[in-house]
Design a protein around this ligand. Sequence first.
Ligand SMILES: C[S@@+](CC[C@H](N)C(=O)[O-])C[C@H]1O[C@@H](n2cnc3c(N)ncnc32)[C@H](O)[C@@H]1O
Length: 187
Amino acid sequence: MIQDHEFISFKEVPGPTKEEIRCLLLCKSEVSNEDIVVDIGCGTGGITTDFAKVAKKVISIDKNPNAIELTSKNIKKHGVFENVDLIENDAISALKSIENFDIVIIGGSGGDLDEILELVFSKLNKNGRIIVTGILIETKYVAIKKLKSLGLEPKVVEVTISRGNSIGLGTMMLAENPIAIISSKIK
Ligand SMILES: C[S@@+](CC[C@H](N)C(=O)[O-])C[C@H]1O[C@@H](n2cnc3c(N)ncnc32)[C@H](O)[C@@H]1O
C-alpha cells in the first residue's frame, strides 16, 4: 500500500483516502485484473493509484481541474499511468459517456449521489460492485436509501482508524474521522 504522505498534495484538493481505508476498499471490491473501475471524485488520486495497480483499467472523474492535475501527477509518480483515463467533469455528465465497467467507487458526489447511483446502476456490468465512502451522515443516508430502492442489499461498515503517536510517556492513540463504507453487489 502507498502511504498517505507518499502522495503529492495540493492545498486546493482534499487529501487521499487514508491508507487503511484504501486497503479495505481493495478487499471489499474484490478487484481483479479483469475489472474496469470508475473512481468518482478522484481527488488526490489515492484510490485511483491503488486500484490501477490491480485493475485492467481505471477511469477517474473529478469536477475540480486541480484534482485531475494532482491525480495525473500521482499516477505518474507511482508508475501506474498507462491504464488510467482521467476525465475532468462532474460525475453525471462524465458517466453519460462511459459504458461497460465493473466497479464504481464514489468518494465525492457533491449532493448528486442519488442520481449518480441511478446512473451507475443502469450501466454496471453483471456482477458489478458499487462502493460509496461517506463521512457525512447525509451521504450515508442517501446511499443506503437509494441502493435499497434499486433492489440492492447494501452492506454497511463504519471504521475509525486510530494512529499511535509517540509522546513523552509512551504511545497515545489519536483517532481519525469515522468513515462508512457502503457496498452493494449486482447479481
Ligand atoms: C474527498 S475527495 C476524494 C479523495 C480520493 N478518494 C483520494 O483518495 O484521493 C472528493 C473529491 O470529489 C470531487 N467531487 C465532488 N463532487 C463531485 C461530482 N459531482 N463530480 C465529480 N467530482 C466530484 C471533489 O472535487 C473532490 O476532489
